[in-house]
Design a protein around this ligand. Structure first.
Ligand SMILES: [Ca+2]
Ligand SMILES: [Ca+2]
Length: 97
């Protein structure tokens, strides 16, 4: 029997906490930058389609891409900027009206 081994594991829990939000945003930004192939800070339907194919997905249908942009595009310019993308992805779910 060695009681010491169970005790030693406890402190690792303290390392979590406080960073979850920042990590989620950073992950969203990294994903955005990967989608934004021309680096202009805006995602077009074309870029989203290309990114989907590059990720090895089934290839999103045109209607799905349009629905994604429509749900993210809060200022209505037809493209998704970083803030819009983070707002959508950061929430972790798609709200349906
Ligand atoms: Ca772009
Ligand atoms: Ca927009």
């Amino acid at each position: 029997m060695s009681p010491c081994s169970t005790r030693a594991r406890r402190p690792t829990r303290a390392r979590q906490g406080g960073t979850a939000m920042a990590t989620a945003r950073e992950a969203a930004e990294a994903e955005f930058n990967r989608f934004d192939t021309d680096g202009d800070g805006l995602l077009t339907a074309d870029e989203i389609r290309q990114a989907n194919q590059a990720l090895g997905g089934q290839g999103a249908a045109e209607s799905e891409i349009e629905a994604f942009i429509a749900s993210a595009d809060s200022d209505g310019d037809g493209m998704v900027k970083l803030e819009e993308f983070v707002a959508l992805v950061g929430h972790g779910r798609h709200e349906k009206a």
